[in-house]
Design a protein around this ligand. Structure first.
Ligand code: PLP
Length: 395
């Protein structure tokens, strides 16, 4: 008799977006034709930029001709893609070798797959509130999780302390859901702590392209000492609208070793066994993001989401409500007004202003009392929602 992976029975129901969808549907059904302002889901609304579309079309044509046709691609990524990523880092003063870059089908895939590198006896540390996949991927793998709560006192950016016994640290900066971004000083504390304890940091940089303040680090490899303790996982999903197209990359420095084993070499072995790479067409499209014109075009799209964030943060400033995020991230994380719980505020906003957001409690218990707005929606709806918010909460 086959024994299934019983760790799956330890997973909690992922009820957050399901419950939001249920409540939203019930509202629409009982309010015929109600127009909703959807600021809940973290999916992009703008199409791929022209530079990417052009490269994708050209790559399709390449596949039609014998001379330019590509069969299997290198499992760890095409040289042209990896060198485009290395060039992007170099532009910011971070030297990485082309063979330290691995192409992926996106950050979610990679955040789950990378756990193959670590023994189950190494516990994971999840800073909460957190992107739910960190917890679930580790539960599936049978790994114990230590939860580290953050809050308004530390700006949702905690620093390590001696109570930490886990050795696989998840750090997401800019953060989903809080939009908070680690400073160099705070990130250095995590890097030093990880090196001292022999831990490894999984740095999720999915939102790095949203950082606009010069002093804030886009990559953990901007911090001295990170090459001996960190893996960076990045995605073009939010940077360049690839949520439905799928492409990302992971950086594993060659110096990163634990117990005499080299994690870069282990990942090469893993990829050459478990994947046959990402398609030529997609890598061509993704490489176009890193050209000068590609960068100009994706920044224009990001500016649209930034304007959405400004509508919301201006509204909250007017109301005197505490929030973080928005400036260097596509999420605005606000404190619920009048002592409301996250779900009470969700119901209140839906009922009184037809605005849909995400209750903070869904990202971990320390998110209770907070609420997340995504800035990826339509500018018209976001602007109207911000006005409605001011009207409703000034009453
Ligand atoms: N990491 C974080 C923090 C995210 O918020 C998301 C998606 O919302 C991902 C990773 C997944 O990105 P991808 O579309 O590349 O799988």
């Amino acid at each position: 008799m086959l024994t299934p992976n019983h760790n799956y029975s330890q997973l909690k129901d992922s009820y957050l977006f399901y419950r939001i969808a249920q409540k939203t549907r019930a509202y629409v059904e009982s309010h015929d034709g109600a127009k909703l302002y959807r600021l809940g889901i973290g999916d992009v609304s703008l199409p791929l930029c022209d530079e990417v579309i052009k490269a994708l079309h050209e790559a399709v044509d390449d596949q039609a001709k014998k001379e330019t046709f590509h069969g299997y691609m290198p499992e760890c990524g095409a040289h042209f893609f990896k060198s485009a990523v290395a060039g992007y880092y170099q532009h910011r003063g971070v030297e990485i070798d082309v063979d330290e870059v691995f192409v992926s089908s996106g950050a979610s895939d990679e955040l789950g797959d990378i756990l193959d590198l670590f023994d189950k006896s190494s516990d994971a540390l999840v800073i909460e509130p957190a992107y739910p996949a960190y917890v679930d991927a580790n539960v599936m793998a049978g790994r114990k999780i230590q939860h580290l709560a953050s809050g308004r006192e530390d700006g949702f950016l905690p620093v390590p302390d001696e109570n930490i016994r886990a050795s696989l640290f998840y750090i997401c900066s800019p953060n989903n859901p809080t939009g908070a971004v680690f400073t160099r000083e705070k990130l250095k504390k995590w890097v030093d702590f990880a090196n001292e304890k022999g831990a490894v940091i999984l740095f999720d940089a999915a939102y790095e392209a949203f950082i606009e303040d010069d002093g804030l680090p886009h990559s953990i490899f901007e911090i001295e000492g990170a090459r001996t303790c960190a893996i960076e996982i990045c995605s073009l999903s939010k940077t360049a609208g690839f949520t439905g197209t799928r492409c990302g990359y992971t950086v594993i420095p060659k110096e990163l070793e634990r117990e005499g084993m080299n994690l870069n070499a282990m990942w090469v072995r893993n990829r050459t066994t478990k994947t046959n790479g990402v398609s030529y067409i997609l890598q061509k499209g993704a490489a176009a993001v890193f050209t000068e014109e590609g960068q100009r075009q994706i920044k224009a799209n990001i500016a649209v989401y930034k304007r959405n964030a400004k509508y919301l943060t201006d509204a909250l400033d007017k109301l005197g409500i505490w929030y973080c995020g928005g400036k260097n991230a596509p999420y605005v994380w606000m404190q619920c007004p009048k002592g409301m719980s996250s779900w009470e505020f969700f119901d209140f906003l839906l009922e009184k202003a037809q605005i849909v957001g995400t209750p903070g409690e869904g990202f971990g218990s320390c998110g209770e009392g907070y609420f997340r707005f995504s800035t990826f929606g339509s500018p018209e709806d976001t602007e109207t929602a911000a006005k409605k918010l001011v009207e409703l909460l000034s009453e």
